[in-house]
Design a protein around this ligand. Structure first.
Ligand code: NAP
Length: 245
């Protein structure tokens, strides 16, 4: 029987690339979106083209909403019978700003989505998963760089995700459930343009030690490995996928 991965924010970017990779490996995919239903449907179609017929479902879920998160997990279980992997991926960045210029609404939005949302998804995963399954949190190298003059709020929210990873790995280890994180660097997704900085990709890519930005598919491969049994003795780890940044 095919295994099932649940991916929050699977409609675009890293989440979409991860969904398609899991589908290509024979997994069922339950993905969520918050606003882009058409894009989520396109990800499902991509999963079906590369994997098994009927292997993908998309559901609207705002990770800030406890009821939405609980319903997402319930829908995935109902459709596919169980969940073997959770990719805690949904996240946002707000426009470039110093901390001194940030208003509270912006900071609430970032922390509600990236911290509260991520914790709610992880909590539901902890309630649902069983021995032999795994969680991957999608953090960011911003957590260690601090992102001065760009988005210290976002960097801090990802620091919380790293701490969540370390703590939850210790809580769930005795149950045989592994918890890890990836910390992407500058990855070619719409997140930069959507926050008014499309030039981030061309400006910062050459400054990475590997001299380029990363593709969402490169992050997806690391996520897949961490969830797969090939990483059976890896838990509490935070893997930088950042070209050395
Ligand atoms: P993206 O292309 O902007 O996609 C973001 C995804 O998150 C979309 O599927 C979006 O759904 C969903 N989402 C946003 N707010 C949500 C909410 N409140 N509830 C549920 N879903 C929500 O972003 P990305 O670049 O793929 O980033 C994915 C993750 O990687 C994020 O956690 C991000 O912080 C992290 N990351 C990205 C980079 C990078 O350079 N791209 C670097 C480091 C870390 P809709 O499509 O419906 O809006």
């Amino acid at each position: 029987m095919a295994k099932t991965v649940l991916i929050t924010g699977g409609s675009r970017g890293i989440g979409r690339a991860t969904a398609v990779l899991f589908a290509s490996k024979g997994w069922n995919v339950a993905l969520s979106f918050v606003g882009n239903q058409d894009s989520a449907a396109e990800t499902c179609a991509m999963c079906e083209r590369t994997g098994l017929t009927g292997n993908a479902m998309a559901r609207k879920c705002d990770v800030r909403d406890e009821g939405d998160v609980i319903a997402l997990f319930a829908a995935a279980r109902e459709r596919f019978g169980g969940i073997e992997g959770v990719v805690n991926n949904a996240g946002i960045v707000a426009p470039q700003s110093t901390l001194a210029d940030m208003d509270i609404e912006r900071m609430k939005d970032v922390f509600d989505t990236n911290v509260l949302g991520a914790y709610l998804v992880a909590r539901e995963a902890a309630r649902t998963l069983h021995s032999g399954t795994a969680i991957v949190n999608v953090s960011s190298v911003a957590a260690k760089l601090g992102s001065p003059d760009e988005y210290i709020d976002y960097a801090g929210s990802k620091g919380a995700m790293d701490t969540l990873t370390v703590g939850l790995a210790k809580e769930l280890g005795p149950k045989g459930i592994r918890v890890n994180a990836v910390r992407p660097g500058i990855i070619e997704t719409a997140i930069h343009a959507n926050n008014g900085r499309p030039e981030r990709i061309t400006e910062l890519g050459p400054m990475c030690p590997l001299g380029r930005t990363g593709a969402p598919e490169e992050v997806a491969k690391s996520i897949f490995w961490l969830i797969s049994s090939d990483a059976s003795y890896v838990t509490g780890s935070i893997l930088d996928v950042s070209g050395g940044r």
